[in-house]
Design a protein around this ligand. Structure first.
Ligand code: COA
Length: 172
């Protein structure tokens, strides 16, 4: 099997045209997240693409040979450091891609531990990975993103919780 290659995509190294091309190519792979988060595609087009241009978001890709194995969308602003989307494509799972992708994301944030939120139904999949990288003590927010569902918020540096306002939550 060919080795895994990690690529970072951020505006200081790419032109706007190159960013748009990459986003267009990534769009068909966003279906995994779209199943969980309503309006994911419009969020991607209205927040992620402009965020890339403003250098407030960046993308991390894991490639196995010529195929995309996984990707992450990161947010890094003055008020927030967050892994917004983290996904290993189904055919590449349980082979260590998630671990390498997470290590690459954390390298991008340097010394700040970002926050990440995980849908309740994905919690058992994500927990070993998150534990290994030092994420713990999540708070569960009911109906943060989806009606009838809880979202687990891991925020070791308290960099994202303040942005949720005073919404209802309960301890995990
Ligand atoms: C969770 C996820 C990132 C794991 O990726 P992966 O490449 O399979 O992870 P790895 O092979 O690096 O394994 C990491 C750890 O998770 C464990 N793991 C992987 N899949 C698992 C599963 N389905 N159930 C329980 N544990 C699992 C591994 O055993 C490993 O544990 P260890 O650190 O104790 O050895 C991947 O399943 C995924 O992307 N799921 C869908 C996420 C999604 O829908 N994202 C979109 C919304 S943000």
């Amino acid at each position: 099997m060919s080795s895994l290659k990690i690529d970072y995509l951020q505006h200081d190294a790419y032109s706007a045209g190159q960013l748009f091309t990459v986003c267009r190519r990534l769009r068909p792979y966003l279906g995994v997240a779209a199943e969980l988060y309503p309006d994911f595609d419009s969020w991607f087009m209205s927040k992620t693409v402009p965020g890339l241009l403003l250098n407030e978001r960046s993308l991390v890709f894991a490639h196995q040979g010529s195929s995309l194995a996984g990707f992450a969308i990161l947010k890094h602003t003055q008020n927030e450091d967050k892994i917004c989307t983290f996904c290993v494509l189904p055919s590449h799972r349980e082979r260590g891609v998630g671990g390498k992708l997470m290590a690459a994301c954390l390298r991008r944030f340097g010394r700040v531990m970002p926050g990440i939120t995980v849908a309740e139904r994905l919690l058992s999949q994500f927990e070993p990975l998150l534990k290994r990288f030092g994420f713990g003590n999540p708070l569960a927010f009911f109906e943060l993103y989806r009606r009838g569902d809880a979202e687990y918020v891991y925020d070791p540096s308290r960099r994202i919780l303040p942005t949720f306002g005073s919404g209802y939550y309960y301890r995990a």
